[in-house]
Design a protein around this ligand. Structure first.
Ligand SMILES: CC(C)(COP(=O)(O)OP(=O)(O)OC[C@H]1O[C@@H](n2cnc3c(N)ncnc32)[C@H](O)[C@@H]1OP(=O)(O)O)[C@@H](O)C(=O)NCCC(=O)NCCS
Length: 182
């Protein structure tokens, strides 16, 4: 990633910029995301603020070119007792003019580094819609392994697309048979 760009966790102060780039993502790349632009436009401001309220277990990273927000990657930890070892990635997006410069890779590496500090977190999951070749290639190159396909996961204007879910084990937690309970 060029030195002119930086990455940090977004806060409520970034609400307007995040809303704008999220809307751009949902409008321009509707096939890539489970949420829709209509749903995003209807979000109450409090919901936007709560999405951006960050902790080690829940955060949205933003990539900046100067002051301009040009990319995002979100993370949250499962809150259930039996799912707390898992985290989920959402909202990975880089605005078109800045693609191909390593920004998404830098966002994902920063996200994984932060997630790896969460005690008890063992694996990170991400779902990618069919057709999102760049995203899929990125996740594979970061060590995410596809393990399941959901047919007709997304339906838009009568057309359906499949989602592949990929998993990455955090380094301290490689999968071993003994870890399963059957
Ligand atoms: C996927 C996306 C975030 C990648 O952003 P980016 O900043 O251009 O990605 P990077 O420059 O960091 O590239 C990282 C890796 O992604 C893959 N990649 C990027 N662009 C690619 C392309 N056009 N074709 C194939 N692979 C590509 C490569 O593996 C690349 O690594 P390499 O440069 O070492 O070969 C961006 O294309 C995007 O926002 N797409 C639309 C939204 C989307 O699909 N989001 C994912 C939802 S799950």
């Amino acid at each position: 990633m060029p030195e002119t760009e930086s990455i940090r966790a977004l806060t409520g102060h970034d609400a307007a910029a995040w809303s704008q780039i999220r809307l751009e993502a949902l409008d321009r790349e509707p096939a890539a995301f489970g949420s829709s632009a209509e749903e995003h436009r209807a979000l109450p401001h409090e919901t936007v603020l709560s999405r951006l309220a960050h902790s080690p277990e829940k955060f949205v990273l933003g990539a900046f070119h100067g002051d301009r927000l040009i990319g995002t990657a979100g993370f949250y930890r499962d809150t259930s007792l039996k799912g707390r070892h898992k985290g989920h990635v959402w909202g990975v997006y880089v605005t078109r003019d800045f693609r191909g410069r390593g920004i998404a890779r830098a966002l994902m590496n920063a996200l994984i580094d932060r997630a790896a500090t969460v005690p008890g977190l063992e694996q990170i999951l991400i779902s990618v819609a069919s057709g999102q070749a760049a995203a899929k290639q990125l996740y594979l190159s970061l060590g995410f392994e596809p393990f399941g396909c959901e047919p007709r996961a997304l339906k838009m204007a009568g057309l359906t697309s499949m989602k592949t879910t990929c998993c990455s084990e955090l380094p301290a937690h490689p999968l071993e048979c003994g870890h399963y309970f059957g």
